[in-house]
Every structure is written in C-alpha cells, then in structure tokens.
Design a protein around this ligand. Sequence first.
Ligand SMILES: [Mn+2]
Length: 455
Amino acid sequence: MSALAAELEGIDLGDKRLNRRARKLLSRLGDQPTVSIPAACGGWDETRAAYRLFDHHQVTAQQVLQPHYRASQQRMAEHRHILCIQDTTELDYTGKNDMQGLGPLNYENRRGLYLHPTLAVTPERLCLGVIDAWTWTREPGSLGQDKGQRPIEEKESLRWLEGYRRVGERQRDLPDTRCIYVADREADIYEIFVEQQRQSSPAHYLIRGRHDRLLADGRTLRQALDAAPVLDRVEFDLPKTENRKAQRITQTLRAVRVTLKAPSRVGAKLPDIEVTALLATEQSPAAGTDPVEWLLLTNLPIDNAEQAAEKLTWYLCRWQVEIYFRILKSGCKVEELQLEKLERLEPALAFYMIIAWRVLYLTMLGRECPELPCNVVFADEEWQAVYIVAKRLAPPEKPPSLDTMVRMVAGFGGFLNRKHDGFPGPQTLWIGLQRGRDFAAAIAATKDVQESSYG
Ligand SMILES: [Mn+2]
C-alpha cells in the first residue's frame, strides 16, 4: 500500500470492494495530482470505476474523509499544542454549465461552491491533516432576496461557530493536547466567546478581531489597547500578497485583559465576557500606507512579552491554510474537475483534500524533522525509485533521511538545491512527487520484465 493510501486505512463505505477501490483511487489520483481524473486513471475502465465510486450513495465526502480525520487526530495526540486553523475558500466552476447543483458565488453569474475546512497545524507549521470540512452552495437567486431579513452572510457565519464546536469535540478526545482554534476576521463572532465559556473542556481560541467592540467599563477595545504599555517589538517577514510585495516589518505588541459588553440579540441575553486582546501594529509604515496590523482576541492570558509573541506567531501560522488552498487549486486543479453533479464533485474533492494535505505535510515535515528516516512517510518502492533515478546508484539498505529525500523529489520538480535555495516549496514537491511515482512504476515494470525473461 502506498503511504498515501494508508490515509484511507479503515475506510468504511459499507462494502469491502468499495473500500479497496477507494484506496486504489486515492493512490492513482495522488500519483498525478495535476492531471484530469481520466488521465490519472490511465484508461476508461478505471475512470468509469472512479465515477461509479463517486456516484455510489454510500460514498460521501464525509465518509471518504473519516479515516483521514482519525489518522490526523492520532498525529495530533503527539503534540502539546495544535492550532486548528479554519477558513473558507470559493471553488469556481463558472462556465461548467453541465454541472448540476452549483450555486452563485459573490455574483449571480459566477457559479460554484464554498469549502470550509479546518487544518490541524503545529506551532512549527507542520500540517497534521484536515480534521473537519464542509461545503455549501447558495440558492440561485438568494443574493438579492435577503434584504430586510437576515443577510445571507449572517446565516452563513454559523459555520464558524459550528467549526469551533467541532474543534471542542477534538479537544475532549485529546486530553494531553491543547487545541487552539485560529481564524480570521470573519470569525469575530461573540457567540464563539460565549461557547468557550459554556463547554466543559473547551478549545482555546485565537481570532482576528473585526469590530472595535464596546467594553463593560464604557471604553472601546481600541481605547483600552492604546492605553496599554508596549510589551515588545517583533520583526518578521511578511509573505507577499496580491497587492503587496514580501517585506520585513517591525511591530509593537500591546495586550490587555478586558470585559466585553455583550451585544444585544433578539430573544437571547448573552453574558459579558472577559477576553485578552492583543494588538500588533507596524511601528513605522511607509508613507501613505496603512500599518500592517493584527488585533487578536483570545481567551488565553497574555502577561508578558513572550506570551504575546507566541500568540502572534500562532496566528501567523494561519498562512498554512492559504497555502493549502493554493495546492488544492493550482496543484490538484480541483476547479477543473469535470463531473456532472455536485453529489459526484464532493467525494472527488474529498480525495483531493487528502492529496493536497500530503503535499503540505511533506513540504514542512522535511524542514521540521530532517533526520527522520524517509520510509516513515514514503513507501519503500517510492523512495527507492527516486533514489535510483536521482543518484544513478542502487538504493542503500538504510533509507536516507527525509531531508535528503524531499530535496531529491523536489529536484524532479525543478528545485535546484543550491545553498541559497533554502527549503523546497509545495510546488516543486507536487510536481516532483508525480514524477517520482512514474519512476516507481517504470522500475516495477522493468522488474516484471526481468523476472519474466529469467523466470
Ligand atoms: Mn477567510
């Protein structure tokens, strides 16, 4: 079994043959994540089998993801702190008019669905897996119809609270691990703070603030933060975004424990809640630009510079989910899937969610655990094939280190491995992994030929 198929160990689709087919398909798709399903399957029989699998009523995205959720939870148990990072992305299928069941995106004529996964990530940025995911579509015509009622965004915002509850369930199963729910401004929802106080062994939260909330003492959050002393100054590299280039910035950190005044809700009286607010703001932004700034809210205490810097570092790990979305879309090209209807698309997406996770995992695992023997995450035939092609030597008895292996694999994807190249990124790795599997297949075929001619 390939290392990837092992993620589906214990899958239960209600039928042994279905389970076996699902594992085989995951390997197939994972071997060539960037090509279409027919190309990855390499023939019509197997392609039809894949489509039949997606079509089967037992095969839902959640069924496919279940064993991966479990495997991820086992990996989480090995760590003291786990950031449970949640975010939404849109999957755009505009123009795929024969696909049934899609809904409008931000405009009525853009069509697709929304994906909202939770990734388990260590503070060292190693992604241990997807632990929760859901998808939804908007009703056609719903964008303009909500005037006067609750806007559609407000209804959809429930996903953050539900997602937080799911993380709380993980927390109950993992008594020796602290789970910290991490999310961006969209999750600045008072009900999450309330939920944290209601649960018996709740997950912590670390959420970027969107509102300048009112405090019980009559001030605003921002006023309280501005009055707090500077705890520390931190420097870090900001990755590039669409409208800004990568840069090194210095921020001041301030933190304050405050009591938020409960917002009023129709039909419910919410309690005032104590939270810690952390403000990281750019010390001297370039003229004419807004300071790079994060306002973070957490239930955790921040009493010193070290704790403040730690929370900021944790929040910055949120970037991993953006990389994950990039792997799904640019690497696995999930927006190019050609399937007839949503019920087929969702299980197919679930397969690619596991494949994309593995690329992200390997990218960071090589950095965090360079000395680990590579057969922990690569099957023997995988690492041996890569070794033979890269070194033109018979593979050693003892598997090489993970760092060596990841660099060799990424080399097949265009990574040059010079001193100043640092670590390979996900893109060189996903291309390299694909080629590595081709080598493994070629070598297996050569062995078959040799055996048949000598045997
Ligand atoms: Mn977001």
